[in-house]
Design a protein around this ligand. Sequence first.
Ligand SMILES: Nc1ncnc2c1ncn2[C@@H]1O[C@H](COP(=O)(O)OP(=O)(O)O)[C@@H](O)[C@H]1O
Ligand SMILES: [Mg+2]
Length: 363
Amino acid sequence: MNWDDSTPDLADDAPVPTDGRLVGASADGEDQAVEAALRPKSLDEFVGQERVREQLDLVLKAALARGATADHVLLSGAPGLGKTTLSMIIASEMKAPIRITSGPAIQHAGDLAAILSSLHEGEVLFLDEIHRMSRPAEEMLYMAMEDFRVDVIVGKGPGATAIPLELPPFTLVGATTRAGLLPPPLRDRFGFTGHMEFYAPIELERVLHRSARLLDVEIDAEGAAEIAGRSRGTPRIANRLLRRVRDYAQVKADGVINVEIAAAALKVYEVDHRGLDRLDRAVLQALLKLFGGGPVGLSTLAVAVGEERETVEEVAEPFLVREGLLARTPRGRIATPAAWSHLGLTPPQHSPGASGQPGLFGA
Ligand SMILES: Nc1ncnc2c1ncn2[C@@H]1O[C@H](COP(=O)(O)OP(=O)(O)O)[C@@H](O)[C@H]1O
Ligand SMILES: [Mg+2]
């Protein structure tokens, strides 16, 4: 059985691929290769997320002091905020080995049974994208988490029998970008839940200085601040922009990253000072220039930018909404006053999107 092979399936809740997008938060091939080298190895090295870090520190230290296996941990948060990194840190702080798999890789309860029965005492099982696990596997996991036991079903039909199998105590670390999709019985079985927040620019600056050191790149404080401000609160994006800016600095200058180099490089890559890329700006531009700031339906907006509905809705909009540039209302998408000023445009007098009346953004 090949449970470490997380072949992406095309389930309904599968994320829309954002391959090749410089400000996309999912890991591409290059990210995966580089990230291993950039991951902090201990809680002390892990930047930001003070609350999660402090609470987790207590959970782990207490378990170590008791000589027990740590409680199951659920990490929720947007892609690229450090969930995988933190799971590896949990294992290393517990001085325990880690087994890595993901929800989509576990199609059958049998896949999960095979993994669980091969765990060693105290081992950390990292289950990425836990919300995408199949239903039968999920139910098996309930019992495994609570009683360290699974029922292996042997045979089919009326003759099938359940053979109980004892498991060694282990720590499940589940990661999800969609905590809301987890069934409550599963959520309840975690002893600790950490919600990962987007990072403040100053925290991303620390991430960037650390990564630059590991990549042997010279960067000054203003250069780091420039990149941090465009990184959408996400360390993975910060690290990716850093690598592109480094390329530019090597080719066009002496390799040192300062504010001018960072700004010039990110101009070439079309990432603006707020972290919007070409797609984001195309959506805003259509909304403002073609539809006077809205309201306009998602499908119409998508046609206007020549993209799929899903791409606009799932790739571009979440960040625009988060940034307060676009609002989703029952009547359609509308631009906020900030959108007009971000693109340097003047709102027409009667544009609903420009009026800034709170009522328009409600409900
Ligand atoms: N708190 C942090 N401090 C330093 N680097 C971080 C931090 N969080 C994430 N990173 C870096 O960002 C990248 C993505 O992190 P990852 O753990 O893979 O995110 P997730 O699993 O949430 O998608 C990794 O290269 C990691 O080194
Ligand atoms: Mg991850």
